[in-house]
Design a protein around this ligand. Structure first.
Ligand SMILES: [Zn+2]
Ligand SMILES: [Zn+2]
Length: 363
């Protein structure tokens, strides 16, 4: 019998190990994906440290993945109604079982807060089957939204990876107007994607603050007009650096993509009066932070918006961006390191200590 191989997190803080699994029997409406590329992202670092709630270890990580359909059972169609076939090069929305029946789905129209949603590689564990991308194969369960890559290769798409739909959602929340100024705090993959997307959205000025130093050049290559190394100035000096470049007012829009609670307050203080702040970096609970409600929020007439997860629309548009010659070019400039499945633990360490800008897994 043919087997699949997967890199597994047995439990938090345990070494990643290779395990074999039988290839699944496909039920009607299911498919088997042969993985071409998956990625190692900040979420995987949080998963390895046990910092996310509701994760069923042992886990096959890898929530954003692209590859080739190795088998299709029954009538599977994409969003255009076109049947999916063996040999199609695809990705899929990592969120499954969004119900389209609950209050959040139907009344709030906030499907990323649907209580039924399950995420491949995060809240589906190895006990659920081959449901993560750090593997030779992924079992695409019935109802999974599969998207043909069209003009993007699997590698092109994974250069953005999960940061691209996440960044698109953050830009939606930011509602950048043509000609505005945008400050991005944090230059990990999500911050880097937000820089390129802010530029594409028509920002006249894109500023970035972050580190480590090996990412500063990447932030410039993604389209930032000026990048400040986080470590060379105090928080007050950084806010002054922003005001000097924005007519003394602060940025029209600030996108926080750091994961550090203090950065949310910094974002509020770097925004102009009556500006917008989008918080997309606080994916895990790193505790509380203090701010002055009068000075930082009310008197500033500030609009502060959270941004959780992605939905199908963000994945769909991420495929269009990755496959577009001009729009997708910034991600193709990113320095990338590729790892084999057996070296997933090394890849995880390289992402955790910031020595790589982008780490791809190639089974
Ligand atoms: Zn729902
Ligand atoms: Zn991710």
């Amino acid at each position: 019998m043919r087997k699949a191989v997967a890199a597994v997190m047995p439990a938090p803080d345990q070494p990643v190990e290779l395990r074999e699994y039988p290839l699944p029997e496909l039920a009607d409406g299911e498919a088997l994906l042969r993985v071409d590329y998956s990625e190692v992202c900040g979420t995987d670092v949080h998963l390895h440290r046990g910092r996310l709630a509701g994760v069923p270890y042992p886990l096959i990580p890898g929530h954003v993945t692209a590859g080739t359909l190795a088998a299709v059972r029954g009538d599977l169609r994409d969003v255009y109604g076109v049947p999916l076939r063996e040999g199609d090069v695809v990705t899929f929305l990592d969120v499954h079982r969004t119900c389209h029946q609950c209050w959040y789905c139907l009344v709030a129209k906030a499907s990323t807060r649907c209580p039924s949603r399950k995420v491949y590689g995060i809240t589906y564990g190895a006990a659920d089957g081959l449901c993560g991308g750090w593997a030779s194969h992924v079992h695409l369960l019935a109802g999974t939204r599969v998207i043909r890559l069209e003009n993007a290769t699997p590698r092109d798409f994974l250069l953005g990876g999960c940061s691209l739909p996440t960044g698109l959602h953050a830009l939606d929340r930011a509602q950048v107007q043509i000609g505005e100024s945008v400050l991005v705090l944090g230059i990990g993959p999500v911050g880097l994607s937000c820089i390129a997307l802010a530029r594409a959205a028509g920002a006249a000025l894109v500023l970035a603050i972050g580190g480590p130093a090996n990412r500063v050049a990447a932030a410039s290559a993604m389209g930032a007009d000026a990048v400040l190394d986080l470590t060379v100035m105090s928080a007050d000096q950084r806010a002054e650096w922003v005001r000097e470049r924005t007519g003394g007012r602060g940025a029209d829009v600030v996108i926080e993509a750091t994961g550090v609670p203090d950065a949310v307050v910094q974002a509020m203080r770097c925004a102009r009066d009556a500006g917008r702040v989008v918080v997309v970096g606080q994916y895990t609970d790193h505790g509380e932070v203090a701010f002055n409600p009068h000075l930082d929020l009310n008197k500033k007439h500030l609009d502060v918006r959270g941004c959780w997860g992605s939905d199908y629309s963000h994945f769909h548009r991420a495929v269009q961006v990755a496959g577009h010659e001009r729009l997708g070019a910034p991600w193709r400039s990113l320095p990338v390191r590729e790892f084999r499945l057996a070296d997933a633990g090394q890849a995880l360490a390289a992402v955790a200590n910031g020595e790589v800008v982008k780490a791809l897994l190639r089974p």
